[in-house]
Design a protein around this ligand. Structure first.
Ligand code: 2M8
Length: 723
């Protein structure tokens, strides 16, 4: 693992350590001195990677304060820290409810139910899973009770859409999504009790916090709850704020899914949970999707209408799988746009909490614009689930990059990354830990797990059989282009990934294989000029790799097949070409493969005559090695090859394969730069190419003024299949 990641993993653990308060972890010492509901869920996930005991304790502590009706409270107060937060138990007066726990002081509302997801992670990440079973058995009935409470008490229309009755329950307290409902409530004639906020006295600028008016509403709802003695039926009659949001309900879906798995592990029935899952996910799809806006929306039960607001929570139905594939494709278009920071867009960090192009977007105000790490984290999993791997990688890198560059802040500026809110914020540290483990430790292990399953001792010619047809001459190359285009249009996704499973059985692939048979008689001297050669060989490399993955039944990574790049071959005009021959022999002007001492084509090798005369280093951003860390697949044409290579380079340099960290005087870059250092003209050449193509202005300025002690780390190369 890179030193910089190790260093920040330690720093992240130190944040959790510092915020640890005995049996649980506070979100941050400056603003939040008690235990918070979903914060603890995220915090436990971080602990699960290095201390299962602490992860378990975190949730045991929270669930010990569960209400008798199953509600998991938003805050469990620490008696020793009272006086530093508003509102505290004196204001909540939850003792008015017969359901409130006796031994614990809590608030009287709940929060997004992430906890079953956390519990499953604790089990999955434990070194000794058996030791976690007693904890699973302990928490299972409590998780069931908390979900049952939601389905019984917060399910007004019995459609599985759970409502929140206070903006704090959303976790996105002052999200612009709630404005429309709040504006309808007239507080002018209402006498609110005196209260004194503590958040604006904590050193955090009030520009970053909710307004006084927001707090008046917050207090107003609390007064209603107190009057109703926290009786849900009574509250449902009185409260003007009853909203079914996509974030809360999407998280519930993810947790139902996790709870099914937990039940299975400990041998409990899960039909009821399956029903919950289908009910909620169907209603999310049918009732919360805003067709015109291409995003999920929140539903106001009082006004009986969608709230018509585009916030980051509208993408969450990908987490937990409630969105249909078609809806996911549509919301992806919006997610990956200027509104929420597109892939390879300069000067921006994914993903802001509110559409940056809308009036009312505020770059530093709490849930009205800044980037939050927990939202990113949930989206990473959602994006992967629906096949948006490239975007998921990019969000993951931002989860790492923001804390590395700016510190473990509560939230960040989407344009320049500056940290806002409180420092040393626990869930930022915790989800940094999870992302670093998943990216650098586990992904590596996964990709190599299958290695050596399949060793190619002999060459495997992929176009050996099949009748040659009457296509001849340069037409073969044109026909191949056509066939590949057909495969590409159907099975290469706009996300830069490949649907290998479907290609395997497709008519397009059969047709492609027929044409590759003709390559056996193709006269390579028909390729004229550099542009024609470049396009032909790059396309051929990219398709022989796909063909090799299919023919060798690769499951997770090309690393499963030892000899993959040197032993799979196409016969072309009587010569056999492997991906290595194409890359190092032809495209890299007959060079050494990294880690080898000899050139690809030896002195007597007749294929030497096909080597290009010089290396265009941009080819490295166009060759697709079937793995997540290589360039996304594009198609190259002889007429447009130089422009296309420019585009591929720009995309790669601005992807998650290049991390420039001015504050640390460091860059973290793809291993490709290390392996092919000489192709780029050594280190100065590498820095030049990054400087030339990088879009972020701050990074450009940094690269224009490089200091001698610049540190360079090479990113872990993710060999997992780009499927
Ligand atoms: C924020 O909310 C609390 C109230 O719950 C507050 O502003 O005082 C939100 O960001 C919420 O999502 C978070 O759980 C909590 C503690 O980090 O702070």
């Amino acid at each position: 693992m890179q030193d910089i990641i190790k260093k920040h993993l330690k720093a992240a653990q130190a944040v959790l350590n510092k915020n640890h308060a005995g049996s649980y972890t506070i979100p941050s010492s400056s603003l939040y001195p008690h235990q918070w509901n979903w914060d603890s869920g995220f915090i436990a996930i971080g602990y699960s990677h290095f201390n299962t005991g602490l992860a378990i304790k975190e949730l045991q502590s929270l669930f010990s304060a569960q209400w008798r009706n199953g509600m998991l409270p938003q805050i469990v107060f620490n008696r020793n820290s009272l006086g530093r937060y508003f509102p505290e138990p004196d204001f909540w007066q939850t003792e008015r409810s017969p359901n409130a726990p006796e031994r614990f002081l809590t608030s009287g509302i709940t929060m997004p139910p992430i906890h079953a997801v956390s519990v499953l992670k604790i089990y999955e990440n434990a070194q000794d899973k058996q030791k976690v079973i007693p904890f699973l058995k302990w928490i299972y009935p409590k998780l069931m009770a908390s979900h049952r409470y939601l389905y019984l008490e917060r399910n007004l229309n019995q459609d599985g859409l759970i409502y929140i009755r206070h903006p704090w329950e959303s976790g996105m307290d002052n999200s612009p999504a709630w404005d429309k409902v709040l504006r309808k409530i007239d507080l002018s004639g209402i006498r609110l009790p005196e209260y004194r906020r503590k958040d604006t006295e904590s050193g955090v600028s009030s520009d970053m916090r909710p307004t006084k008016q927001n707090y008046d509403y917050f207090v107003y709802f609390m007064e209603l709850f107190k009057k109703a003695k926290y009786e849900e039926k009574e509250i449902a009659k009185e409260c003007p704020f009853l909203v079914c949001g996509p974030l809360f309900n999407a998280i519930l879906c993810a947790s139902n899914e996790a709870l099914i798995k937990i039940s299975d592990i400990i041998g409990k029935p899960y039909q009821e949970i399956e029903q919950w899952y289908s009910l909620t996910s169907k209603s999310i799809r049918d009732k919360l999707y805003h067709e015109e806006h291409g995003i999920f929306d929140a539903y106001d039960l009082r006004g009986k209408e969608l709230l018509e607001l585009e916030t980051a929570s509208g993408f969450l139905p990908m987490f937990g799988g409630a969105a249909s594939q078609e809806q996911a494709e549509k919301i992806y278009r919006y997610l990956d746009s200027k509104s929420f920071c597109a892939l390879h867009q300069g000067n921006c960090f994914t993903i802001p909490s509110y559409d940056t192009q809308k009036e009312g977007f505020k770059r530093e105000n709490y849930w009205r614009g800044p980037v939050w790490i927990n939202i990113n984290w949930m989206l990473v999993q959602g994006l992967r689930r629906y096949g948006f791997g490239q975007k998921a990688d990019s969000l993951s890198r931002h989860i790492l990059e923001l804390p590395i560059r700016f510190g473990f802040y509560e939230y960040y500026d989407s344009f320049d990354g500056r940290g806002y809110g409180s420092k040393n914020f626990s869930w930022t540290a915790s989800l940094f830990i999870d992302t670093a483990y998943e990216t650098y430790v586990k992904a590596g292990a996964r990709a190599y797990a299958g290695a050596a399953e399949n060793i190619l001792f002999r060459d495997r010619v992929l176009n050996k059989t099949g009748k040659q047809t009457d296509i001849s001459g340069i037409r073969i190359s044109q026909e191949m282009i056509k066939a590949v285009k057909e495969i590409k249009s159907r099975y290469y996704t706009p996300k830069g990934t490949v649907d290998y499973e479907s290609i395997k059985t497709s008519g397009e692939y059969k047709n492609y294989k027929k044409i590759t048979a003709n390559l056996r008689g193709f006269d390579l001297t028909l390729l004229k000029g550099e542009t024609e050669k470049l396009a032909f060989w790059i396309n051929l490399y990219n398709t022989i790799v796909v063909d090799g993955i299919i023919e060798n039944r690769v499951k997770e990574s090309v690393k499963e097949v030892i000899g993959f790049f040197s032993r799979i071959k196409y016969i072309i005009g009587g010569y056999s070409f492997s991906p290595d021959d194409i890359e190092h022999g032809v495209l890299r002007a007959n060079s050494r493969k990294p880690s080898r001492v000899w050139k690809q084509f030896g002195l007597l090798n007749a294929k030497r005559k096909f080597s290009l005369r010089h290396i265009d280093p941009r080819i490295h951003f166009a060759l697709v090695c079937g793995s997540r860390s290589c360039a996304p697949i594009k198609y190259y044409t002889s007429e447009g090859i130089y422009d296309e290579l420019e585009m591929a380079t720009k995309n790669f340099i601005n992807s998650s394969e290049v991390m420039v960290i001015p504050e640390e005087n460091r860059i973290l870059i793809s291993q490709i730069f290390k392996w092919y250092r000489s192709d780029f003209g050594g280190l100065p050449g590498i820095l030049n190419i990054i400087r030339k193509y990088i879009l972020d202005d701050d990074k450009k300025i940094f690269l224009d003024n490089i200091k001698d002690d610049l540190q360079i780390d090479y990113l872990y190369y993710d060999w997992n299949l780009n499927k």
